[in-house]
Ligand binder design. Structure first.
Ligand code: PLP
Length: 393
């Protein structure tokens, strides 16, 4: 076998973690089995007592799931990865494994809606409080940390849908100075564009549902980090509570990882072209994309990321009706809130992903009624532009 430590990113994405069985298959097999058999009573005893490594039961040991975990850990540069049934299950598992009653979270306010709901409506029931701060306001992060009580700093960068960029290195240093750990949801960038662990973050969250799959087929998630917190603590929670990824979904994500670098680069190229084109249209008031020099954190994005990703948001001159007309006049682009798909999608955040916020909360978050978000797909850029040109041109 080759020495994996010498392989580059694209090679790891294709080769890492695979263990060929005695059938000599070329493609990674799917193991659709709930349990595994032992050679003897003594072996069963040794496996259950964790004296012998090996498969037991697919709630927490399945070879296809393990291959996906090992490959994603290699790509993020982490010691361990635990795959879960969804991105939300990865966040829940991380919090329940690593936090306890009385602990406090400081989180960026611009988060995926269900993550806010999980922190605010559910963790609070168990005595875990969350303070929200603006993603880019470092003094606000520092001020929100409660000595001895704050355990976790949590963020997404770039943020959804306004594509603001957090300074991961600065926030990791701040977290460690206060005895906290930093969790970064790396869904938008994927390890192709950003490696939070290398910048000092402690844990990385993924919704594999998005770019890791990349073709809108399966729900899944993962957490990547060190051998203790992820390999032992999150694993123990998964083993007990069972928010487990199915082997079929793990296999789909494995196939997704093989083309991740090519796809994310192509998404980023299409998105940059679209953002530059939108910025020149008289009907467009403002474009939010970190690859544009007009973006307030463009320099930070250049330092921290190796590309700018596939999400472009923009405001039209007008109101909600004007924005809805842009959505409704598309013919090829899909009207859906999902993202990270080969198919380009368009959504009106104020009435979909951010529709449960009050008007005041939306105003505070900068989610205006004339804002649209596009997850730029892999179709020809000319066709994407032509579809938007109908109402914007
Ligand atoms: C979709 C998403 C999630 C949740 O993932 P699911 O797989 O839908 O549970 C978490 N964070 C971000 C940034 C997302 O886009």
């Amino acid at each position: 076998m080759h020495d994996e430590s010498e392989l580059g990113f694209a090679s790891l994405a294709i080769r890492s973690g695979q263990i060929r069985t005695s059938e000599s298959e070329h493609c990674e097999p799917i193991f659709p089995t709930s349990s595994f058999v032992f050679q003897s009573a003594a072996q069963a005893e040794a496996r259950f007592a964790e004296r012998e490594a090996g498969n037991l039961y697919s709630r927490f040991t399945n070879p296809t799931v393990r291959t996906f975990q090992d490959r994603l850990a290699a790509l993020e540069g982490g010691e361990a990865c635990i795959a879960t049934a969804s991105g939300m299950a990865a966040i829940l598992s991380t919090c329940l494994a690593l936090l306890r009653t009385g602990d406090h979270i400081v989180s960026s306010s611009s988060l995926f809606g269900s993550t806010v709901s999980l922190f605010t409506n559910y963790l609070s029931k168990f005595g875990i409080a969350t303070s929200y701060v603006p993603l880019t306001d470092l003094p606000a992060w520092e001020a929100a940390i409660r000595p001895g009580q704050t355990k976790m700093l949590y963020l997404e960068t770039p943020s959804n849908p306004l594509m603001e960029i957090a300074d991961i290195r600065a926030l990791a240093e701040m977290a460690h100075a206060h005895g906290c750990f930093l969790v970064v949801d790396n869904c938008f960038c994927t390890p192709v564009l950003q490696r939070p662990l290398k910048l000092g973050a402690d844990l990385v969250i993924h919704s594999a549902t998005k770019y890791l799959d990349g073709q809108g087929r399966c729900i899944g998630g993962a957490v990547v980090g060190d051998a203790q917190r992820v390999g032992k603590d999150v694993f123990a929670f998964l083993r007990t509570a069972g928010p487990t990824l199915s082997p079929f979904n793990a296999w789909v994500f494995l196939k997704g990882l093989e083309t991740l670098k090519l796809r994310v680069r192509a998404h980023s190229e299409n998105a940059l072209q679209l953002a530059r084109w939108l910025e020149k249209l008289p009907s467009v008031a403002k474009v939010y994309y970190p690859g544009l020099t007009s973006h307030p954190q463009h320099d930070l994005a250049c330092r921290q990321q190796s590309g700018f990703g596939g999400i472009v948001s923009f405001e039209v001159h007008g109101d909600r009706e004007t924005a809805w007309r842009v959505v409704d006049s598309t013919q090829m682009i899909s009207i859906t809130a999902n993202l990270g798909d080969a198919k380009t999608t368009i959504t009106h955040p104020a009435t979909t992903t951010h529709g449960r916020l009050t008007q005041a909360e939306r105003d505070a978050a900068g989610i205006r009624d004339n804002l649209l978000r596009i997850s730029v797909g892999l179709e020809e850029i000319a066709d994407i532009q032509a579809d938007l040109q109908r109402s914007l041109g």
